[in-house]
Design a protein around this ligand. Structure first.
Ligand code: BTN
Length: 270
């Protein structure tokens, strides 16, 4: 059952899930979380979750399809003592938490495509939209918004997205318990967040590397009107992607959309 009463007790860590606020419907859990964050003295660890979103937002100004009764849409409020330029690390921590939880709860081979798309068999099942309030180069409040297609069926997707997207149910042929999966993701988020708070960026990046499907491949990165093609070499300590061009020049990219090109086959993923 995905109800207020069940959800409020799904997980309580030292930091993550100190309060879980459930809504049947919101415009966007990120917007609601930021609104709540402004009203609380210490909003760190609050989770805002909804069964459906009327204006779910994705990265790069896209919409996030958010039908009721099937998926997970939630936002974690964090207040790490971090620099603004390090904020991507918290999305990376969330991606590691989600991919690991999917593997643990379903056995599906969830992978992360840079920066933090969750792919299963080459199609996108989840994504992360981190928004922040910053001041003088330091983060003040992070809203880490997570959307995961759990029991979504293909007819709930628009035709243009259908070939690129998937859900856990579409991949393993059976429904997944959203509450159990949420509990596991939050438990993992507590662990990955603490890794960062302890200053152990490399340990987190190594976990990301162990789950990623980007590094080592020939990729194209689109960022606004710029398109770069080259070998995805590594990510640095800020989570930025390092691309090696055929000329040998090395470029660092902090945002964009990656298409993975392998042996001239395109791995799908929005
Ligand atoms: C992406 O484009 O990959 C990021 C998608 C993020 C969607 C989630 S759903 C919960 C939260 N609220 C939003 O409006 N967006 C994020």
């Amino acid at each position: 059952m995905f109800t207020k009463d069940v959800i409020k007790d799904v997980y309580k860590g030292e930091i993550i899930g100190k309060e879980i606020i459930f809504f049947e419907s919101v415009s966007s859990t990120n917007d609601k979380a930021i609104e709540i964050g402004r009203q609380r003295e210490n909003p760190e660890g609050i989770i805002v979750i909804a069964d459906t979103q009327t204006h779910g937002r994705g990265r790069l100004g896209r919409i996030w399809i958010s039908p009721p009764g099937v998926n997970l849409y939630f936002t974690a409020l964090l207040r790490p003592p971090a620099l603004q330029k390090e904020a991507s690390l918290f999305s990376i921590a969330a991606a590691v938490s989600i991919a690991s939880a999917i593997r643990e709860c379903t056995g599906l081979n969830a992978m992360i495509k840079w920066p933090n798309d969750i792919l299963i068999n080459g199609r996108k099942a989840g994504g992360i939209l981190t928004e922040m309030k910053a001041d003088k180069g330091r983060t003040r409040l992070l809203a880490v918004g997570i959307g995961l297609n759990v029991n979504l069926s293909p007819e709930m997707l628009t035709e243009n997205i259908r070939p690129l997207a998937t859900s856990l149910k579409m991949e393993n042929g059976k429904s997944v318990d959203r509450v159990e999966l949420l509990g596991k993701i939050l438990d993992n988020m507590e662990k990955t967040y603490k890794i960062l708070l302890n200053g152990n960026k490399r340990a987190l990046i190594n976990k990301w590397l162990g789950l990623n499907c980007t590094i080592g491949n020939l990729v194209t990165v689109r960022n606004h009107n710029r398109i770069i093609s080259g070998i995805a070499d590594s990510i640095n300590d800020r989570g930025e992607l390092i691309i090696r061009l055929s000329s040998g020049k090395v470029i660092t990219v902090s945002a964009g959309d990656v298409t993975i090109l392998k042996n001239n086959l395109t791995v799908k993923g929005a």
